[in-house]
Design a protein around this ligand. Structure first.
Ligand SMILES: C[S@@+](CC[C@H](N)C(=O)[O-])C[C@H]1O[C@@H](n2cnc3c(N)ncnc32)[C@H](O)[C@@H]1O
Length: 238
């Protein structure tokens, strides 16, 4: 944990691509469009971006809903263009239960010590939806990148089935989970954007794992509003 925090505080991380970089924009917008197929997002929708870092997603969430970002690295928060951010540890979110309509994280869980604890915290502060995006170790390039970098090694266990299982055992009701996309946001040259756009479909070796979930306590309530088509899809998988 200390080692991870030190890493995110290091100065050279200031050279990360900003949210407005064309590759980042393509990476993020294409994912937000997928999430919008499952969740209605409006300006009044409250969304928590956990481990928001330099704002790669926060910047775009801020344009479509009411976003709050949290991260335990002060350095990363200073790079985030969104002002509604707080210094906070994902293991101990300082919000009341049911505080946000949507709780989201991207590329956070493979950096934390106790994945289950962070998912439980995300579920606790969510009124309704939790969305998790993590690298897919079943993609050969993603596997290699995770293997080569010490801070990324925990991503080596993040297969689509692992992420689904760990979500379900920590209080989430997974509406859909899949791997999709072929963009490495911090490395890919912009000229490849038209190529990867064509590869943005669900596939076992997609670069990013998605979990779209509701919180478990809503599963038996009479107020959930997951489209029937998605419910059918979920039950047909078992
Ligand atoms: C790979 S970065 C990127 C995440 C960011 N969501 C994005 O889309 O670019 C991971 C971030 O998670 C933060 N982080 C790691 N562990 C954390 C924790 N326990 N609590 C809060 N933030 C954490 C790091 O400081 C870093 O900014």
């Amino acid at each position: 944990m200390i080692f991870q925090k030190d890493y995110w505080e290091r100065n050279q991380l200031g050279r990360l691509r900003p949210p407005t970089h064309p590759v980042i924009e393509e990476y993020v917008i294409s994912k937000i469009e997928i999430i919008k197929e499952y969740i209605d997002l409006a300006p009044e929708t409250t969304l928590l971006d956990v481990g928001c870092s330099n704002g790669v997603f926060t910047y775009y969430w801020d344009k479509i809903c009411t976003v709050t970002g949290v991260d335990f690295s002060e350095k990363m928060l200073t790079l985030n263009p969104v002002t509604n951010t707080l210094l906070m540890d994902a293991n101990d979110l300082k919000f009341a239960d049911n505080s946000f309509d949507v709780v989201f994280c991207h590329s956070l869980l493979h950096h934390v010590e106790d994945i289950g604890l962070v998912i439980k915290e995300m579920a606790r502060v969510s009124k309704r939806h939790v969305v998790i995006l993590e690298p897919n170790r079943n993609n050969p390039l993603q596997f290699l990148l995770s293997y080569l970098k010490k801070t990324e090694r925990k991503a080596l266990k993040f297969s689509p089935s692992y992420l689904k299982r760990v979500s379900e055992t920590n209080g989430l009701w997974v509406v859909d989970s899949f791997a999709r996309g072929m963009i490495t946001p911090d490395r890919m040259p912009p000229f490849l954007i038209p190529v990867v756009r064509r590869l943005n479909f669900k596939q076992p070796m997609g670069m990013t794992n998605f979990v779209i979930a509701e919180i478990e306590r809503r599963k038996n309530s009479d107020i959930y509003d997951v489209p029937q088509e998605l419910l059918n899809r979920r039950y047909s998988q078992h």
